[in-house]
Write a protein that binds this ligand. Structure first.
Ligand SMILES: *[C@@H]1O[C@H](CO)[C@@H](O)[C@H](O)[C@H]1NC(C)=O
Ligand SMILES: *[C@@H]1O[C@H](CO)[C@@H](O)[C@H](O)[C@H]1NC(C)=O
Ligand SMILES: *[C@@H]1O[C@H](CO)[C@@H](O)[C@H](O)[C@H]1NC(C)=O
Length: 342
């Protein structure tokens, strides 16, 4: 009797220990098209984990018109719409409040198309229903003007495009701070994106410090918060494991800084709503006005080793980073024209 009680205690203790020591490292494993998925592995770019069958596998993202169950199954720039009883991928739901529409499907889900304009009662807002330059105040359900840098805030989405709700020196409250504007030695929170990456600063132990990429992959971690923010992620040593190493996943340097700020500046000046259901649609205001900046931002700020071959936005121009690549492309084009000709 006593013995079984003792064993139960041990078991409860072990259960608690496992719970407490559960790690937040990011399991990362790229798999191929056709591979079994569903345990957190990442399908290659342009594919999703199709769970419609008993054994889920990576299959190609669905083009417009194909039956879907959620947005993530559709090609980038499409959303999974409900049209009476049908659900299918469609170039829809990319407009925000106040934009001209023909069909309610043009507008984000929270909006109707009334008198040719995407509309929702502005005293009952949700995140996708406020016009450009405003955010939805979840307490009052009213759209408020985005807060300028220096204003007190609680969340990033309340701050002007290109600024972050961040801790600030000499203030108990968080305030809106321009992205990548904090100097060496200023306090920061890991992953906040406020330290000046243009000066190669990252958030380390609560302060913006010079980031040393040579140390990437050497520091043991159990969560992102122990890794230099802005640049590194705690990647598990083995898939599903609990111990990890801090690996550089984001670019630090002036190229990424310039590209990011150019993208947000463009959105700010464009008068486009930032939060719509399908911003990647080539027809969205932000794609039309700031597509070039968005392509640049995506090309220059992420380290593709940790992205499992991402697919670029359909409207982005061919990358011209390597001359050998463009020569290969030219030869390829010549060959195809030749084959078509004969
Ligand atoms: C750690 O950071 C990565 C990359 O930004 C993110 O995908 C992941 O969700 C983060 N993990 C936790 C536990 O916050
Ligand atoms: C739509 O137009 C009608 C007629 O002009 C007007 O009465 C109604 O208030 C308009 N609705 C909205 C939401 O603007
Ligand atoms: C912090 O915010 C509270 C509530 O909004 C306000 O009363 C207080 O004055 C603020 N403190 C500082 C130092 O700005």
């Amino acid at each position: 009797m006593k013995k079984s009680l003792f064993i139960s205690f041990i078991l409860i203790y072990i259960a608690l220990f496992i719970r407490v020591s559960k790690s937040d490292c990011t399991s990362y494993k790229c798999i191929q098209a056709g591979d079994q998925c569903g345990n957190g592995e990442t399908c290659p770019g342009g594919h999703f984990c199709n769970t419609w069958f008993d054994i889920p596998v990576c299959v190609a993202l669905l083009p417009a018109g194909e039956t879907c169950t959620r947005d993530q199954e559709c090609q980038r720039g499409l959303s999974c719409i409900i049209d009476s009883a049908d659900r299918y991928c469609s170039n829809s739901e990319y407009k925000g409040y106040g934009e001209k529409c023909v069909d309610p499907m043009d507008c984000s889900r929270s909006l109707d198309c009334i008198n040719g304009t995407c509309y929702r009662d502005q005293t009952d807002c949700v995140s996708t229903s406020c016009p450009a330059g405003k955010f939805c105040n979840s307490a009052t359900k009213m759209c408020n003007v985005l807060l300028k840098t220096g204003k007190d805030c609680d969340f990033d989405y309340q701050c002007e495009y290109g600024s972050i709700c961040a801790i600030t020196p000499n203030s108990a409250n968080k305030t809106c701070v321009a992205m990548y504007s904090k100097l060496e030695g200023q306090p920061c929170i890991n992953g906040e994106n406020t330290c000046d990456i243009g000066q190669s600063l990252g958030c380390v132990d609560g302060f913006c410090k010079k980031y040393n990429p040579d140390t990437a992959g050497t520091k043991a971690c159990s969560s992102n918060s122990t890794c230099p923010g802005e640049a590194e992620t705690c990647i598990c040593n083995k898939f599903g494991g609990i111990d990890g190493k801090c690996q550089q996943t984001n670019v630090v340097g002036p190229e990424c800084k310039t590209a990011t700020l150019a993208y947000f500046d463009c959105i700010k000046d464009s008068g486009c709503p930032l939060i719509v259901d399908n911003p990647d649609s080539p027809s969205s205001c932000q794609s039309k006005e700031c597509g070039k900046q968005k392509c640049n931002y995506e090309d220059l700020c992420f380290i593709s080793d940790y992205q499992c071959n991402p697919v670029r936005l359909g409207y982005c121009p061919e990358k011209s980073t390597s001359s050998s690549l463009s020569i290969a492309f030219l030869l390829h084009t010549l060959l195809i024209s030749f084959l078509l000709f004969i």
